[in-house]
Design a protein. Structure first.
Length: 382
């Protein structure tokens, strides 16, 4: 079936265009023209590439760790699709190896069944620094073993990201992960600049939630933050919610890193898409207070952020141009996952790309979300 969609306003991932008709078939864009006759769908909203979130712990009342299953993946995805997310990396935080195996099984099944939006898995831990564990359970933080390698060596998981502390693994371990096609990110680490740089030299390519849970930039020790800002070829996930990172620090990172090397993430927890005021994390209770998630000990415990809000915050709070804020939520994470920039299948609305689209109103809230050329649901201005 072929569908023709007339967008009065279109951002294709590179530039703003007017009165363009997208021809969609087989879930992909097969043509773009200006012939507005015989269209199936017409919208005055701004049509932009779907948002891609590489760090999602939960949503819709579900925490991935608590019950890794295909059905719960669908619930998490549906909650975030309301806010423009069309592709995500469900994220498993530090847990028992049995839970890692269950999570991997669920992801593999979701991908095999073509569950819309599920493109891989992000293992955040368990090889982390206890000093920078945040809300991760110390009891489950451990050295890498054959049990973890059995999970990480699977080839049916789609894209795989592993967040680790380089002081807890060897450079040979990092090299082995890279050879398996895994994107290695540094995070929850208290290491020094030299050790972090050694991990980059071994093949690590990213930094998880920049500034949070990592050794800071200081006058005589650049730390992991300094390593992130110095290495132009690495990418950084950034949580722009006003709780995790000060606006000026966000602006400094965006100004310092080369264009395309900062992408937005949510680090979202179960409350996204719900009215939840608390939820269980391990054996603790996390409270939601005016959008801020904190554990009983006062630590930040993920976020209630969605990708549409992250883009709005980046544009309106950080004074980043709208086109760049949109790229930070779509094109740049897609490019990070791809081996080569021109191999991206998502992140832009051009011929040959996946027809993942979001329709934004004048307030930059989401009216509709489309995945693979199909409308997910009306979202009523989320």
């Amino acid at each position: 079936m072929t569908l023709r969609l007339h967008a009065q306003q279109l951002f294709d991932g590179h530039r703003f265009l007017h009165d363009r008709v997208l021809t969609i078939a087989g879930g992909k864009i097969i043509g773009i023209d200006q012939d507005t006759n015989n269209v199936d769908v017409q919208t005055s909203d701004l049509v932009v590439p779907g948002f891609i979130d590489l760090q999602v712990n939960g949503g819709g009342g579900v925490l991935f760790n608590n019950s890794p299953s295909v059905e719960n993946l669908k619930l998490i995805m549906a909650a975030h699709a309301k806010f423009g997310t069309t592709a995500m990396m469900p994220t498993l935080i530090t847990d028992k190896v049995e839970i890692m195996q269950q999570a991997a099984d669920a992801i593999a099944q979701a991908i095999a069944n073509n569950v819309p939006g599920i493109i891989g898995i992000h293992f955040e831990g368990p090889h982390l620094s206890v000093a920078k564990k945040g809300t991760h359970c110390e009891d489950y933080i451990r050295p890498i073993s054959d049990h973890e390698w059995h999970v990480l060596s699977r080839q049916d998981l789609g894209h795989v990201i592993v967040t680790l502390a380089p002081e807890t693994v060897s450079t040979k371990d990092i090299q082995r992960m890279v050879k398996l096609g895994i994107k290695v990110c540094l995070g929850h680490t208290n290491t020094d600049y030299e050790t972090a740089q050694g991990a980059i030299d071994a093949g690590a390519t990213g930094f998880t939630h920049l500034f949070n849970a990592m050794s800071p930039l200081q006058s005589r020790e650049p730390g992991v933050v300094g390593c992130a800002l110095m290495n132009d070829n690495t990418s950084c996930g950034l949580i722009v919610d006003s709780f995790h990172v000060d606006d000026v620090s966000c602006q400094l990172a965006i100004k310092t890193k080369p264009r395309g090397k900062i992408f937005l993430v949510t680090d979202a927890m179960p409350p996204v898409g719900t009215t939840q005021t608390e939820f269980a994390l391990y054996d603790r209770t996390v409270h939601v207070n005016n959008g801020k998630l904190t554990s009983t000990t006062g630590e930040l415990a993920g976020s209630s952020l969605d990708m549409a809000s992250a883009v709005r915050n980046t544009h309106k709070r950080l004074n980043i141009t709208l086109d760049e804020a949109l790229r930070m939520g779509s094109l740049y994470p897609a490019q990070y996952l791809s081996q080569k920039v021109n191999e991206c299948v998502r992140g832009e609305l051009t011929i040959g790309k996946q027809a993942d689209m979001v329709m934004l109103n004048d307030n930059l809230t989401v009216n509709e979300t489309w995945i693979g050329g199909k409308k997910v649901q009306p979202t009523q201005g989320c």
